[in-house]
Design a binder for this molecule. Structure first.
Ligand code: 26Q
Length: 816
């Protein structure tokens, strides 16, 4: 016998012992009486111990080398479950599985008990989680900073076809991954007034007398990189009251008043805002933004001063990335800390601020660009409002000095919007306060330069740059699809796991090997059977795993055009009913996604999907040819089950609206073929994969722009020219899918004719045609699976390791 198995047996035994010890001494349970949840906790704690060793090593090394640190500020980290993520990156997954089998505990069953950490809404939050993992993998000294929400994104129930929001309680059974740092506490203040005083040398100084102060308490979660390479920290802040109980009031008999202040303070970290575009500026949201930004900046300045005698080299030792404008009050807060607290001159502080901060933009939608009313800002953050006015004054003066007097230009680049009540434009603040402003795909970045930031771009032509998004292959391939991962390792060798960007391409020749294509189709079928079981269990709908799984899963938004997909579903349904004998490709249309609670149109689209599903699934004429499924409560874990099972990936946003998209990459990695518009990162996918292995359709962003300018979205002419579209709209409008309330969709359909803002009608026929090309290829399995393998082979560039390397090299200067 060789050494290997022995060493491995020893590891298995050691892990088992560690779990039993945790179960006994940390959970306080006897193995005989332990519930599955107790086992989960014991296993997680045993895994966490392994991380801690690496964590401390890594931290010591960063200090020793005085490595530059990267701070990723994000109101969202959509992490999902951590058990397999941690075990797999530590190389302990098989060992843990075996160790637990020896105790008669099925690790897979235990895995499912972990609640998703759903501290994010969608793409932006998930990107932050992928980036944290990649930064650890690449050995970057990174800290994520955010809020430890007591309640993550709501659970979505579907009752009678309608979305209902239910409170999410991920912390009910505790969280074994985090360390509370009761000693890491910062005061965070709000309100009050600002007084001008003069110091000894006669210099004016601004003193903020706040009306209210809360505490931010740190909770740390270790984030382990691939092969345990390094372990970084995700530090999330929880809001606590300064005093747990107002004793004087309590003793005076005012029991409710005594706790009211506590409730007000702690509400800051109570719940994630469940919207993925700005809603009317809510006071609590601004409190959340300032709360976590101030705590994070105080923390990182303290860390810097522990290691350095001065703040003057801050930009050499720290890079701060702002995930959208949500943390953009950091520009004013960093200025306040540097000028008011650390007494640096304004100009020095400004230079340091700009050199340290960088901003990522994730949206061009005008209604999603964050602004805050000047009145609210003055009330809540009076000193910051002064600072913003000053920044603006210096900025406008500098432009005038350059000879720029054009009123329209000055109005466009001002930090204050004047025409719609006075409001602070957070995008402009983030732009001015950062040395780098990046978009998240090539097209998106180009549009940033020509639309929202056109005038600022002319003034600072070097500032805007592109960093196309990526995804971590560890979670989205190795953990989500072990059979496919095994195939890749067999074909390409284990080195593919360490450097898929380099090695995945070597899969291309396998696309021409019938045996490989067959095995590839086989592993897909395996995932589809698992998903079919899940659909059966959760919805009682039977679907055929041999049918094409046609999938659109993402937040529900008009620009993402789930409606277009539903119109196609109805068109297909009608066509099959009209000619049931035709050689249709059997399909299962799968939808999932949450709608913001106040987004009525999005909620109506969910209802429509469920109404269509009910009618189609109960119609015997289309049985075996078409099924429609809306899976409730889309989250990271459900995505891990759905994505490996998809044959067709729907990425059909109106061109120019989806900043990047990241599910497009996840689907492609598993070999799903994409039907999509030339939008966001679909464009780069096209370049990598080849348009001949995708189904591209629809108006381009330029054509969309031209229609917008003309004010005619062309719905009536599209309907006039397409009997098919007309039939679909009439059926939905007339109540075919809503016999209980025939008028339910009249408003939805009628609003399209004058104002089809997202060009659903204009793109309908092109989409229908593209779907026919899909069917044609499906009928040619050799070619279908060849394209599928090539999609996987050519997806290496979409690794978030590549994205992070670009950030580190071009924005952070943080490559060793
Ligand atoms: C802002 C203010 C108040 C309340 C909510 C918000 C808010 C919250 C979340 C605004 C936007 C978001 C999330 C946006 C988002 O997820 N954008 C997506 O980011 C992905 C990562 O870059 C891109 O791939 C997607 O294209 C983009 O839509």
């Amino acid at each position: 016998m060789s050494q290997e198995p022995l060493a491995r047996d020893a590891q298995v035994a050691a892990f088992r012992t560690a779990v039993l010890e945790k179960l006994t001494y940390a959970v306080g349970k006897d193995p005989e009486h332990a519930f599955d949840h107790d086992w989960f906790e014991a296993i997680a704690l045993a895994a966490r111990d392994h991380m801690v060793d690496h964590w401390m090593d890594h931290t010591r090394q960063i200090y020793r080398k005085s490595q530059k640190r990267v701070y990723y500020l994000s109101l969202e980290f959509l992490i999902g479950r951590l058990l397999y993520d941690s075990l797999s990156n530590l190389g302990l997954l098989d060992i843990a599985r075996e160790a637990m089998t020896g105790l008669d505990v099925d690790l897979e069953r235990i895995r499912l008990l972990e609640p998703d950490a759903a501290l994010g809404n969608g793409g932006l939050g998930r990107l932050a989680a992928c980036f944290m993992e990649s930064m650890s993998t690449l050995g970057i000294a990174a800290h994520g900073y955010g809020i430890r929400y007591e309640h993550g994104l709501f659970r979505q129930a579907v009752v009678d076809g309608w979305q209902q929001e239910q409170t999410e309680n991920w912390l009910d059974f505790g969280n074994p991954w985090e360390f509370e740092r009761a000693e890491v506490i910062y005061p965070i203040s709000f309100g009050g007034s600002v007084e001008t005083r003069h110091d000894e040398s006669g210099q004016p100084r601004q003193v903020w007398w706040p009306a209210e102060t809360v505490r931010a308490v740190a909770y740390d979660t270790p984030v382990v990189g691939w092969r345990g390479a390094s372990v970084n920290t995700l530090r999330l802040w929880r809001a606590r009251a300064l005093e747990e109980l107002h004793l004087e009031r309590f003793n005076a008999g005012d029991h409710l008043g005594a706790v009211a202040e506590v409730a007000r303070a702690e509400s800051i970290s109570r719940v994630l805002y469940p919207a993925d575009s700005t809603e009317a500026g809510q006071e609590l949201r601004l409190r959340q933004e300032y709360f976590f930004v101030s705590a994070s900046l105080q923390d990182l300045l303290r860390r810097h001063l522990n290691m350095n005698p001065t703040l003057l080299n801050l930009h050499e030792k720290a890079a701060i990335q702002l995930n959208d404008t949500h943390p953009s009050i950091a520009v004013a807060e960093l200025m306040r800390l540097l000028v008011d607290q650390h007494e640096l001159p304004w100009d020095t502080a400004w230079q340091l601020t700009v050199d340290t901060l960088a901003y990522t933009n994730h949206t061009l939608l005008p209604e999603a660009l964050e602004t805050w009313s000047v009145g609210l800002m003055e009330r809540m953050l009076p000193r910051h409002m002064q600072i913003i006015y000053l920044i603006n004054a210096f900025h406008i003066d500098a432009l005038r000095a350059k000879g720029i007097h054009d009123f329209d230009v000055l109005r466009a680049v001002s930090l204050i919007e004047e025409d719609n009540g006075r409001r602070v434009r957070m995008g402009n603040l983030a732009f001015l306060g950062s040395h780098s402003v990046n978009g998240v795909s090539g097209l998106h970045t180009k549009l940033m330069r020509s639309t929202v930031f056109a005038e600022l771009h002319k003034l600072y032509p070097e500032r805007i740059n592109n960093k196309t998004n990526g995804i971590t292959f560890r979670r989205w391939l190795y953990q989500a699809n072990p059979p496919l991962t095994r195939m890749l390792v067999e074909a390409l060798g284990p080195e593919v796991l360490d450097d898929p960007e380099k090695h995945l391409r070597r899969l291309e020749p396998f696309a021409d090997k019938p045996a490989f294509r067959k095995a590839f189709a086989q592993q897909r079928l395996h995932s589809k059977k698992a998903l079919a079981n899940l659909i059966q269990e959760r919805l009682g709908i039977t679907v055929d795993p041999e049918a094409m799984f046609d999938v659109q899963v993402k937040r529900i938004h008009e620009y993402k055009r789930q409606l277009l997909n539903l119109l196609h579903t109805v068109a297909l349904y009608q066509a099959i009913r009209a000619e049931p004998g035709t050689h249709w490709a059997p399909r299962v249309k799968i939808f999932a996604g949450k709608a913001a609670a106040s987004y009525h149109q999005a909620k109506l689209i969910i209802k429509l999907a469920n109404d269509i599903a009910r009618v189609v699934n109960n119609d015997p004429t289309v049985r075996g040819l078409l099924k429609v499924v809306f899976l409730p409560n889309y989250n990271v874990s459900l995505a891990e089950s759905i994505i490996p099972a998809a044959d067709l990936s729907e990425q059909i946003s109106t061109a120019g609206y989806e900043a990047s998209g990241t599910s497009n990459m996840k689907f492609g990695l598993h070999g799903a073929l994409t039907i999509g518009t030339l939008d966001g990162a679909n464009v780069e996918m096209c370049e990598q994969v080849g348009a001949e292995h995708m189904f591209i359709f629809g108006l381009t962003s330029q054509q969309v722009e031209a229609r917008k300018r003309s004010g005619d979205f062309g719905a009536s002419s599209a309907i006039g020219a397409s009997y098919r579209l007309n039939d679909v709209l009439q059926a939905i409008r007339g109540g075919v899918f809503s016999p209980d309330d025939p008028a339910r969709y009249v408003g939805l359909i009628d609003s399209l004719v004058p104002y089809d803002r997202f060009l659903v009608c204009a793109d309908f026929d092109a989409y229908w045609e593209a779907q026919r090309r899909v069917e044609e290829l499906w009928h040619d399995p050799q070619q279908w699976w060849r394209s599928a393998v090539l999609n996987t082979a050519r997806m290496g560039w979409f690794s978030s390791d590549r994205t992070i390397r670009e950030y580190a090299g071009e924005i952070w200067n943080a490559l060793e």
